[in-house]
Design a protein around this ligand. Structure first.
Ligand code: 13P
Ligand code: SF4
Length: 348
């Protein structure tokens, strides 16, 4: 059973316009050096997502941190020996790190970095939704607030959602899913589980267009299409591989094709090219109004993770205080249970 609620997708005006940060080579090298020193001085580990600035991705790896998908960011942050984490991504990623390690200090280059799925799932409305379907197992995507996680039985990311929902279906459980309607519909189709879906969407992936993608396939007939499952069904239908950011990176290495059309945030191209220097990667077409950055295959909130902001959080104490993730301990404990369940499930 699939039931769609009112539409919780964001309107264009609710999505911030983020100017591309232009930094010359000299400033960039200087910032990178200051960031290395700052991490060292704070004894902090940098954990970054594949969508952020490529220099930040490199810095994370160079300094003993990690660049990865949201699931591995959570696991790595939890297991890191450092008592301070700098999480470069969007707010739910920083919150997840704090929930899993309440004893660690967790900072972000900016707490303004949100996510349309998180914004589109207000906890009080979600609580009503849950109350109206009390017989269901509540499964929420990691792209949610701590309050929504605290109301759930399971947290999942796109790396493990299929396996976890199949497992629940195998136990005869009916699922209440939130917030991404596209990912939810995809999981429902793949598993045939009984799911009721919240109706949120990712502003980045929703912009990919199937017809334009088919037109592009005519120009590159040998290209494989790699799609993140936050994309609409019509785009997923055209895909040669569907999966999380890490699954997309794996598929690019494993498939024999030389050319790939990639329907996810363009930040991932840095790692794709690094790992596959002889292969060609092309951005999947969006609605096309690239100049607004509301439709240019780049998450405006991920884009707020600039080198200057990262430098500032390391060197400016007042700014750091303002960009620390703080979590009410009782809320954190409640939200940790479904996260722990997700991380334990992986190692079964
Ligand atoms: P992954 O879990 O695949 O890294 O995705 C996170 C995300 O926000 C995608 O838009
Ligand atoms: Fe959220 Fe979409 Fe940005 Fe991912 S790309 S953080 S789902 S808005």
């Amino acid at each position: 059973m699939t039931e769609l609620l009112r539409d919780y997708s964001l309107q264009s005006a609710e999505v911030p316009l983020v100017e591309e940060c232009v930094i010359d080579a000299e400033e960039r090298d200087g910032l990178k050096e200051r960031i290395r020193t700052g991490l060292d001085a704070l004894g902090a580990t940098l954990v970054a997502h594949y969508y952020v600035d490529s220099d930040i991705q490199d810095l994370a790896e160079e300094t003993g941190g990690l660049v990865s998908d949201s699931l591995e960011m959570a696991r790595f942050g939890r297991d890191a020996a450092a008592s301070t984490l700098i999480v470069s991504g969007v707010r739910f990623m920083g919150e997840t790190a704090k929930i899993l390690s309440p004893e660690k200090r967790v900072y972000m280059p900016t707490l303004q970095a949100e996510c349309s799925l998180d914004i589109g799932c207000p906890p009080d409305e979600f609580a009503e939704f849950k109350a109206a379907h009390a017989d269901r197992t509540v499964v929420v995507y990691a792209n949610t607030s701590a309050q929504v996680k605290a109301l759930s039985d399971w947290v999942v990311t796109s790396s493990c959602a299929l396996e976890i929902v199949s497992h629940l279906k195998g136990r005869g459980e009916k699922v209440l899913w939130a917030p991404d309607k596209h990912l939810g519909r995809y999981i429902q189709e793949q598993t045939n589980a009984d799911m009721i879906l919240w109706s949120g969407a990712c502003v980045v992936h929703e912009e990919f267009k199937a017809q334009a993608l088919l037109d592009m396939k005519k120009v590159y007939p040998d290209a494989a299409v790699l799609v993140h499952p936050e994309s609409p069904a019509s785009v997923i239908e055209v895909a040669d591989a569907v999966g999380s950011t890490s699954a997309i990176i794996r598929a690019a290495g494993e498939l024999a094709n030389d050319t790939f059309i990639v329907a996810t945030d363009r930040g991932i191209f840095h790692k794709l090219k690094q790992l596959n220097p002889t292969k060609r990667f092309i951005e999947a077409p969006t609605a096309g109004d690239g100049a607004t950055c509301r439709s240019c295959a780049h998450c405006p909130w991920m884009a707020m993770n600039e080198l200057r902001a990262l430098d500032r959080v390391l060197h400016d104490e007042a700014y750091r205080r303002d960009n620390e993730i703080l979590m009410d301990p009782a809320l954190g404990r409640q939200a940790k249970r479904p996260l722990d369940r997700m991380l334990e499930f992986q190692i079964r």
